[in-house]
Design a protein around this ligand. Structure first.
Ligand SMILES: [Zn+2]
Ligand SMILES: [Zn+2]
Length: 163
C-alpha cells in the first residue's frame, strides 16, 4: 500500500473507509439510477481499485441496482457510499462521503438525458450561509450545533463518543 490516505465515511460514523491511492475519473452522473441512489439531482463519484480501498469501520450495505454492480450505503444512516462493480475489483466512491470532498473536482458529467432542465441555473440562486437567511433563528442553529451527531470529517478512535 502507498502512503496516501484519503478518508471518508457515512453521516452516522458506522462506516468509515480509507483510500490508498488518488481516486480517478471524478464525475457527476445525472442518470435516474444515480438520482435515486443519491436522493438528489445527481450522483458524484470517483473510481478506486479495491486493492486501494480499506474499510476501516463497519460494513457496506449493498443493493444490486443492475447486473453491472451494487450500490453501497450505510445500513444505519443510509448515506450513499459508492458503486461496487460486479467484478469486485473496483468501486466508485461517492465524492460527498469523503472527509474533504472539495479536493476532488469533477471533470465530466454523465447521464445528461436525465439532467434537471434548470441545472445550469443553480449557481445563480439566492445564496446564504447556514443560519444567515431571513427568518433563521440563532437559537435553532445553536441547538443544531450543540446536538449535531454527524461523524466529524476525520477518523475518530472511538465512535460514537462516550456521553
Ligand atoms: Zn451511517
Ligand atoms: Zn448514473
Amino acid at each position: 500500500m502507498t502512503d496516501i490516505r484519503i478518508t471518508g465515511g457515512c453521516q452516522c460514523g458506522a462506516v468509515r473507509y480509507a483510500l490508498h491511492a488518488e481516486p480517478t475519473e471524478p464525475r457527476i452522473c445525472h442518470c435516474r439510477m444515480c438520482q435515486k441512489h443519491a436522493g438528489s439531482f445527481f450522483g458524484a463519484f470517483a473510481n478506486i481499485d479495491m486493492k486501494d480501498f480499506e474499510l476501516t469501520r463497519g460494513e457496506l450495505g449493498l443493493f444490486r441496482s443492475s447486473g453491472d454492480g451494487d450500490r453501497t450505503f450505510c445500513r444505519d444512516c443510509g448515506t450513499p457510499l459508492g458503486y461496487l462493480h460486479i467484478s469486485g475489483d473496483r468501486m466508485a466512491i461517492t465524492i460527498g462521503s469523503l472527509d474533504n470532498p472539495a479536493a476532488i473536482r469533477p471533470i465530466t458529467q454523465y447521464g445528461i438525458e436525465a439532467r434537471m432542465p434548470w441545472f445550469a441555473d443553480l449557481a445563480q440562486l439566492p445564496a446564504y450561509e447556514s443560519g444567515k437567511y431571513d427568518g433563521a433563528s440563532a437559537e435553532l442553529y445553536e441547538m443544531i450545533g450543540r446536538t449535531n451527531r454527524q461523524h466529524p470529517d476525520h477518523d475518530a478512535e472511538v465512535w460514537p463518543p462516550a456521553k
